[in-house]
Design a protein around this ligand. Sequence first.
Ligand code: NDP
Ligand code: 2IT
Length: 451
Amino acid sequence: MAVSDHVDLDTFIKGVEKRNPGQEEFVQAVTEVAQDIYDFIEDKEEYHEAQILRRIAEPDRVVSFRVCWEDDNHNIRVQRGWRVQNNNAIGPYKGGIRFHPSVTESVLKFLAFEQTFKNSLTGLPMGGGKGGANFNPRGKSDAEVMRFCQSFITELYRHIGPDTDVPAGDIGVGAREIGYMFGQYKRITGRWEGVLTGKGMEYGGSQMRPEATGYGAVYFLENMLKHKDDSIDGKTAVISGSGNVATHAAEQIVKQGGKVLTMSDSGGFIHDEDGIDQEKIDWIKDLKNNQRGRISEYADEFSGASYHEGERPWGVACDLALPCATQNELNGDEAKTLVDNGVIAVSEGANMPTTLEGVHIFHDAKIMYGPGKAANAGGVAVSGLEMSQNAERISWNHERLGNMLTELMEGIHEKCVEYGDDGNGYVDYVKGANIAGFKKVADAMLAYGVV
Ligand code: NDP
Ligand code: 2IT
């Protein structure tokens, strides 16, 4: 084999920028990973020779398609849909579907890239993918959402399957949307098979899947704290978002004796000094079911709470911070404010919620910082269990799945420590997650040769 011509890190990143013009989120995600991988493979010629990182940073394929649907006023609407199949070295492509007006190819490429490392970290046989559309389910009737989902799957069905690519939910895609998509897949193919995860409990869903991401993010936080002989009990937490991940993260913080001070949506955040307890969390879940209410309504319902229009919650002093809404929702200034206010740990329920500048600030301050690809992996891990259950035509109960989730999150934490411990008492969880996630995928790719 020819001796490879190594490019240095800067040249590599410039190449990524050049090949992906205007795709800022994708370049950001690759940049964050590349630094750590370069350090790791410095003395490992086989990874350089086989151009492994270069190959992982180029999706296997990006499918883009038109989605036409008719709204309730009989207007014909046209949206764009995508599925990014990033890498299937260690298992079928796996990752959620996002319906949100901010969805672009760049956003889905960054998510599919991150998913490749995340899924590897779970230890389960899943490759990385992500899909979605620039469709906004908010304010749409059930019938409109159904027609959109059916049209979306009418194109996507030919690219997915239980052994090729298994989508799930993400922003704007919950049980309702998964039901419509699964029904349409079954109708077109005539097959009942585990092609989507996050399904309803009546038709093959996994008992623990709705809670898994939020609970998992708190279990990861619990593990980080335990590593320093500390716990969540008695601590205050600031959470962003008020959807699936945020509400379940809040629920688990409360179960472990913490006090949740904030929740948010794209309109602003609410601050409740009395703490957002289980009853209030249930009220938020009901409010947000199928994209209906706005978080501002919380302040009308519960006296003592205030609503902060157009603001994010990071200025509220806390011990723990859990960004659970969307990418780049916590910037360098906000990270600094959190650190100045004494935050001790950050666990990301969302994918890439912290900007690169914010990540550097957390690292420099040496706080515990669990990046999304490790901290929110509980969701896809339980999706992996749902795939197993569907393939075997069996069903596991809530308790058993809960124990498996706890163990999976412990395992992910251990892998991060193995590769991220700097030997001086600080664990760089980003580095740990990047290297552990990379190694398994890279070794599988080496085994396959050039394919
Ligand atoms: P939901 O649709 O249930 O909730 C999303 C929440 O984030 C809503 O409160 C929404 O507010 C808010 N949000 C969305 N976009 C923006 C924006 N541009 N600015 C501010 N707030 C915004 O989604 P999930 O809870 O499922 O997903 C949240 C995050 O968790 C995402 O980053 C997702 O990728 C990640 N994730 C999800 C997993 C899952 O299993 N669902 C698994 C792993 C990660 P509004 O209603 O105003 O839009
Ligand atoms: O970002 C994610 O990990 C998800 N949206 C969940 C993916 C999945 O396949 O369950």
